[in-house]
Write a protein that binds this ligand. Structure first.
Ligand SMILES: NC(=O)c1ccc[n+]([C@@H]2O[C@H](COP(=O)([O-])OP(=O)(O)OC[C@H]3O[C@@H](n4cnc5c(N)ncnc54)[C@H](O)[C@@H]3O)[C@@H](O)[C@H]2O)c1
Length: 372
């Protein structure tokens, strides 16, 4: 029996390469599941598509993504294009009977996210979003520490996500500054901390958001300037039910912060701290330690934190960003096979989109917005 799966890849930028690496590595790392066949690659034009297909090892290429989604040899489609294309491409792929692995954020509008979810439901195919940070073995370990009650009852969660790629006021305008890409920091960024909340606690029950725009215009390619259409900074209060209060701070203009997703969880018997910039470690403080020796201890990732062991047999040798995508790819293949999988599928992703749009509404109306 042919145990392989035909892969189509749309887009070959930052995330396109990351997906290509994941499809290339997943079988070697995990050993199980189908062997990915790199069948078809699509880009904005045929020339670029052909170059990338040669580099990434795809058999065929096209300058028209619609040709790819109707290719009978393609069984699963990676969508790694800018946000505004996700809905159209995902719906077309699902309607053509393909499984879908689509980058976050799911869509720009709630209506599109709903349409994508309905298409996934109707197709019976697997549709999963690119929430790679939930795959970090250290995040899984945080989940285990919470489940064991090691830090007692959680009362407060604080999340920060910061990068500095828009920190220079003269950084050129690009697609992420358009309203067509979404609210800005919330959907470009905030969806990642929200994905961590979703797997660790569930999503907020209510939110209060304030969005801000540090720089109102940026240089464009034509030598002029263009107004920035969305918000690079967001500050959000949230509640996880009546018991847990929370705070989320997001910025794309935070000089010095390169890939910070800082999570602090405070409980009745201890605290957990984690930062994606140091993704191979977490900090744990427990009151059960002798008072004279209390303090945050650093737990370094190792084979005892699965699936780290599938990459490296030795502790402390560290995983990287692209490895999280390989883990995500493996979970996607498990979901396709009907096995239990740690994924944010379109149904769960839609809940994240509802939280994003509740934050947008809260900012517009300057009030708390409830999420059922
Ligand atoms: N999961 C993560 O950690 C993560 C990180 C970065 C970006 N992303 C998401 O990935 C997506 C892509 O972001 P990126 O940073 O890779 O962008 P990018 O600009 O680096 O790459 C986008 C690619 O899509 C191609 N493209 C655009 N329109 C196309 C079309 N109609 N047909 C075929 N190809 C097309 C572009 O030519 C480019 O190669 C976004 O939705 C973004 O939010 C996710």
């Amino acid at each position: 029996m042919d145990n392989s799966i035909g892969v189509g890849l749309i887009g070959t930028g930052y995330m396109g390469k990351c997906h290509a690496l994941a499809w290339t590595g997943v079988k070697a790392v995990f050993g199980d599941g189908p062997r990915p066949r790199l069948v078809h690659l699509a880009e904005v034009d045929a020339g670029l598509a052909a170059r990338r297909a040669e580099e990434f090892g795809f058999k065929r290429s096209t300058g028209d993504w619609r040709v790819l989604v109707t290719d009978p040899d393609v069984e699963v489609v990676s969508i790694t294009t800018p946000n505004a294309f996700h809905a159209e491409m995902a719906v077309a792929a699902l309607e053509a009977g393909k499984h879908v692995w689509c980058e976050k954020p799911m869509a720009v509008t709630l209506a599109d996210a709903e349409r994508m979810t309905a298409a996934a439901r109707a197709s019976g195919k697997t549709a999963v979003l690119g929430y790679n940070y939930i795959q970090n073995p250290m995040i899984r370990q945080i989940g285990a520490i919470l489940a064991e009650g090691t830090i007692g009852t959680v009362n407060h969660v604080r999340l920060e996500m910061d990068e500095d790629f828009m920190a220079d006021p003269e950084a050129p305008f690009f697609w992420k500054n358009e309203l067509a890409a979404g609210y800005g920091a919330i959907d470009d960024f905030g969806v990642h901390p929200l994905s961590l909340l979703q797997v660790l606690f569930g999503l907020p029950s209510r939110v209060f958001a304030n969005l801000s725009k540090p720089y109102s215009d940026r240089p464009n390619r034509q030598g002029g300037r263009r107004s920035v259409e969305n918000w690079d900074v967001s500050s959000i209060l949230f509640e996880l039910g009546p018991e847990i209060s929370g705070l989320m701070a997001l910025s794309r203009t935070a000089w010095g912060r390169k890939g910070r997703i800082a999570l602090q969880i405070f409980g009745s018997k201890g605290s957990i701290a984690y930062d994606q910039e140091r993704l191979n470690e977490l900090q744990l403080y427990v009151t059960s330690d002798k008072p004279s020796e209390q303090g945050f201890r650093t737990i370094l990732s190792g084979p005892q934190h699965p699936p780290y062991d599938r990459f490296v047999p030795a502790a402390g040798h560290t995983l990287g960003f692209n490895d999280l995508k390989i883990i995500e790819c493996h979970e996607l293949l498990r979901a396709i096979a009907g096995e239990p999988a740690r994924v944010i599928d379109f149904e769960r992703g839609l809940q994240i989109e509802r939280a994003v749009h509740a934050m947008g509404q809260s900012h517009r109306e300057q009030r708390w917005v409830e999420l059922s």
